[in-house]
Design a protein around this ligand. Structure first.
Ligand SMILES: [Zn+2]
Ligand SMILES: [Zn+2]
Length: 294
């Protein structure tokens, strides 16, 4: 199996953005302009408990409607994105029920549900593994680190534990932009879509055709039998992560690496690849469950 198609374009975008319609400091129009000027192809506006309307997106930018729902549990918080959701979600999420009901509501309103910043929220792997109907989880959330928060932007270890417990979720990187300074354009998604439109981008997300990055680019991840073969832009580390704590030869380290190969062991129930470049920026492909490999 190959994670990426040979002849389908990649589009760059951020799925998690706040504006003056909730607690972000730019108007929807200013937010869309800022991302378009930074070279983005799409942007989801995801204000708290509100589906922000878009009058006119800048030329070349696909604006995706969205919302962020929030839940406070006894020892953790849970925040969900609803991407492509219809505005009726606003009315129906009050009064709010359980997290699972929130996921079900987003889906019933035509949206895709994403688990936001699970490390920031102190989510447990057990909670994550209990949820049904999530389309993805944020592996990186730009605002969930200094100077705005303690350093919990990177949820990769937590999501590996959840994947080991059976919740093998595709991974997104999003800014969760509020301040448009140090939370701007620090993590994004490269989505392989047949069509540069809301429907084209969201269909690709629903089908898992994307990777998350801060800079490095995946060219291909191919799995044939036990052999996982990765090609990428030049990086200094290519590391294969799975449910097994130790396996041989899972790390390739050097300068200008553009490929690596790994042999799956019998005990591995999922595999994912992470790239790190010379500036310390990461790219994450989504984990692949063993049973999905032909
Ligand atoms: Zn949040
Ligand atoms: Zn947010």
């Amino acid at each position: 199996m190959k994670l990426f198609q040979e002849d389908v374009p990649f589009y760059r975008g951020n799925f998690h953005t706040h504006t003056t319609q909730s607690d972000g400091c730019k108007t929807p129009q200013e937010a869309m302009s800022a991302y378009r000027e930074a070279g983005y192809d799409f942007l989801a506006l995801t204000d708290h408990r509100k589906v922000t309307g878009v009058e006119q997106a800048p030329e070349g930018l696909v604006a995706i409607p969205g919302i962020e729902l929030d839940y406070v549990l006894s020892n953790q918080w849970v925040h969900l994105l609803g991407l492509g959701v219809s505005p009726e979600v606003e009315r129906r999420c009050m009064p709010r029920g359980s997290v699972q009901e929130g996921i079900d509501l987003i889906r019933a309103c035509g949206g895709l549900a994403v688990l936001n910043h699970p490390a920031w929220s102190l989510n447990t792997p057990e909670l994550i593994a209990s949820l049904r109907g999530l389309t993805a989880a944020e592996v990186w959330n730009s605002v969930s680190t200094l100077p705005y928060n303690a350093d919990r932007a990177d949820a990769s270890s937590l999501l590996d534990v959840a994947a080991a417990q059976g919740a093998v979720l595709p991974l997104m990187a999003n800014d969760d932009t509020h301040y448009y300074e140090q939370d701007f354009a620090r993590g994004w998604n490269m989505v392989q879509a047949w069509e540069k439109s809301v429907a084209g981008i969201l269909t690709a997300v629903a089908e898992g055709r994307y990777y998350a990055t801060q800079g490095p680019a995946f060219r291909q991840v191919e799995i044939i039998g036990r052999t996982v073969r990765v090609s990428c832009s030049p990086v200094e580390r290519i590391v294969f992560y799975s449910n097994v704590p130790w396996t041989p030869d899972r790390c390739s380290i050097g300068q200008g690496l553009t490929e690596a190969v790994y042999e799956l062991t019998d005990r591995e129930t999922f595999i994912r690849v992470q790239l790190t470049d010379a500036q310390g920026r990461n790219a994450w492909c989504s984990p692949v469950a063993r049973q999905w490999i032909c």
